[in-house]
Design a protein around this ligand. Structure first.
Ligand SMILES: Cc1cc2nc3c(=O)[nH]c(=O)nc-3n(C[C@H](O)[C@H](O)[C@H](O)COP(=O)(O)OP(=O)(O)OC[C@H]3O[C@@H](n4cnc5c(N)ncnc54)[C@H](O)[C@@H]3O)c2cc1C
Length: 627
């Protein structure tokens, strides 16, 4: 996208002239911040949530953020959820924001987290995580039904109806009204009679002001709460205290996201140190998945990968490298599928690009002997360093050597016991992040998990050709870390043995030729070191994240459950498991999702993706099939 500058007139991607004059900021303040009574509304609140349709170059966001910073009566947290079908490129933001001298500092902070131009939901944290921007790169018609947010103020800021009719349809406007808290205000520059009529039909009282030379036209609408309005999100829990079972990547990440929101966390693990289960390897890789139909897995891994990049760059203690991952095609058909996926999804090259056989992914790297996908910002990460960094928080207390053998809920409090029946801890909320051992504590959870043993080999780096990026072709080979290259891993279904085996090293070495066809290794597998662990895999290979289901009530209320899709849950019991071979990618975003659900904050993912992770999905499907 290029900008056309004619004096002060700059055009948007839809060819609409953007206002970057001195009055633009004042108009944003008058129309949207004052128009939604934001500053009087947030004065007695701990959190304020704005929903904006049409983020544009972010002027309303910057103005709201600035107003929030300058107001001594501001709420602790500002959530800003914005939809934008045509996101600006970072370079364009630099040029556009330059016109607003009072916003330079905030603009620089926004630009430091500005996401890649790929579709989906981007959760961004700024201002010490007190301001959360959730950017949805999609059109309003597809985004609106997928939003899970309870907005205190709505800015209807799209292009005029004749330029972008999709944004102003009665359905979309009704959905925005539905996403408001009772009595919330909506504001817009658009005073089109069809918009006024649609808002009135959706249950709003509407006022309009026509603009003159120095005043902006403004539409203000207030949602009139009706008794039948069902809230989109449930109210936050009163007691912010949680026991988390399992100190691997899943448990550590949930601990961090809840601790950041003020929860008191007790993190329990049976081992003597953190990350001694599947999360204990020297390093593993992270990269998104790309498919031609942009599948649920592709969209989920994209959102999680981008969130991870942002999170890890704010944690200096984490050992990781965005050195690039080359996902080499295993055969000609796969190369065709990869090329087709890239062509159909229109991803920017900094996200993924197709590399031909004999092409170099970067100017300094060796050519690849087969075609493949090049993920320039993917790479490797040391999971133990991440687990330690995530759990270093004053609100997190770690209890090691603590095997949770049973749990009981008494008077709204969960009590967790060790194998001798001694109480370990009690808390109103429990998160089971104990991988496959979840079945011990929750014998009938409504899903099954498979176990897959995996062993990685640590190959002395001097015995291999030097590479500065990750090679992946069924098996992975990482660049040297502390003089060793991680190679592997094996997939041994239903095998729970975590001792390392020479034959597993031999298997890993035998796969080296897939990656480096001209290399012959003289290594003796019996001399190699490595590590074995057990992956925990759900039937559809997606993680399980959300509230544990109450199977008794689910069956008793079967008809209602089938009709509404709302599954009864066991109060205070939550699940974070099934991270399979992608725990590094999954942990951050999924923890943010669970924390957002518990706090009734805007969710960082589209609703259909949240449903794809819900532990209730298998039981709900089975119930529907039975009837
Ligand atoms: C060989 C191998 C290679 C891998 N490579 C990669 C890779 O390259 N990239 C990637 O993204 N992922 C990779 N993975 C997958 C990744 O490691 C997992 O997805 C991730 O570690 C899962 O994290 P978790 O916290 O769910 O499980 P775990 O790390 O297993 O943590 C579960 C924790 O729960 C504790 N626990 C269990 N039961 C109890 C109980 N009753 N009481 C107290 N504590 C309990 C355990 O001690 C353990 O610490 C690999 C896995 C393996 C095995």
């Amino acid at each position: 996208m290029s900008l056309t500058a004619q004096g002060e007139a700059i055009a948007s991607p839809l060819g609409v002239v953007l206002d970057v004059s001195d009055h633009a900021l004042q108009r944003a303040q008058h129309r949207f911040i004052a128009g939604t009574h934001t500053q009087s509304g947030w004065a007695d609140r701990t959190r304020w949530t704005v929903l904006e349709a049409g983020f544009g170059f972010g002027l309303n966001f910057l103005a709201t953020w600035q107003a929030w910073r300058e107001d001594p009566a501001r709420p602790q947290q500002l959530h800003y959820v914005a939809i934008e079908p045509h996101p600006f490129h970072l370079d364009d933001l630099v040029r556009l924001h330059a016109y607003f001298s009072t916003l330079h500092a905030l603009s620089a902070r926004l630009r430091s987290v500005w996401p890649m131009q790929v579709s989906g939901t981007h959760r961004l944290h700024v201002d010490n995580q007190r301001v959360t921007l959730t950017l949805v790169f999609a059109n309003a018609q597809s985004a609106a039904p997928e939003l899970r947010v309870q907005a205190d103020a709505v800015y209807l800021n799209g292009h005029a109806p004749e330029k972008d009719p999709q944004m102003w349809t009665p359905n979309v406007l009704r959905r925005f009204v539905h996403l408001c808290t009772p009595d919330a205000w909506l504001a817009s520059h658009c005073v089109d009679p069809s918009v006024v009529a649609a808002l009135r039909a959706a249950g709003c009282a509407v006022e309009q002001q026509t603009g003159h030379r120095h005043t902006a036209s403004r539409l203000q609408a207030q949602r009139i709460a009706s008794r039948s309005s069902r809230p989109v999100m449930i109210a936050p829990p009163p007691q912010r205290s949680v026991a988390i079972v399992g100190a691997g990547l899943a448990g550590a990440a949930v601990s961090a996201r809840l601790a950041a929101r003020g929860w008191k966390v007790t993190l329990i693990d049976q081992h003597a140190a953190l990350a001694q289960g599947a999360s204990g390897n020297l390093a593993g890789i992270f990269h998104p998945m790309v498919t031609r139909d942009d599948s649920v897995m592709a969209r989920l891994t994209r959102a999680a990968f981008l969130y991870g990049l942002q999170l890890w760059s704010q944690l200096p203690q984490v050992r990781w490298s965005a050195c690039g991952v080359l996902q080499m095609a295993r055969h000609a058909d796969e190369a065709c599928a990869q090329r087709a996926a890239i062509a159909e999804c229109h991803f920017p090259e900094n996200y993924v690009r197709f590399v031909q056989a004999n092409e170099r992914p970067t100017p300094h790297s060796a050519p690849s002997h087969v075609a493949g996908l090049w993920f320039a910002q993917a790479g490797w990460l040391c999971p133990t360093s991440l687990t330690h960094a995530l759990t270093r928080h004053p609100n997190i207390q770690t209890r090691l050597h603590g095997t949770v053998a049973s749990m009981q809920r008494v008077s709204n409090v969960w009590r967790l016991f060790d194998p001798h029946g001694a109480l370990i801890v009690e808390a109103p909320h429990v998160v089971l992040a104990n991988a496959a051992d979840i079945h011990r504590l929750l014998p009938n959870p409504g899903f099954t998990l498979q176990h897959s043993r995996g062993q990685v080999s640590y190959v002395p780096a001097h015995t291999l050709p030097q590479r500065d990026h990750v090679l992946l072709r069924g098996t992975m080979l990482l660049p040297a870390i502390d003089g060793q290259c991680v190679l592997g891993a094996t997939y041994d279904l239903n095998d729970l043995d975590t001792t390392t085996r020479a034959e597993s090293h031999a298997e890993n070495l035998s796969h080296l030729t897939r990656l480096l066809p001209t290399h012959t290794t003289a290594l003796d597998p019996t001399t190699l070191s490595g590590r074995a662990g057990v992956r925990c895999v759900s039937v559809d290979r997606l993680p399980l994240l959300g509230g544990a289901i109450d199977r008794v009530r689910m069956h008793a209320e079967a008809e209602h459950v089938i009709q509404s899709g709302v599954v009864p849950r066991i109060p205070g019991l939550h699940i974070a498991t099934g991270y399979a071979s992608r725990g590094i990618v999954w942990n951050g975003l999924l923890a943010e999702l669970l924390a957002s659900e518990l706090e009734a904050e805007p969710l960082p993912l589209e609703a259909h993706l949240v449903r794809a992770l819900d532990p209730a999905r298998f039981a709900l499907r089975a119930l529907r099939q039975q009837t």
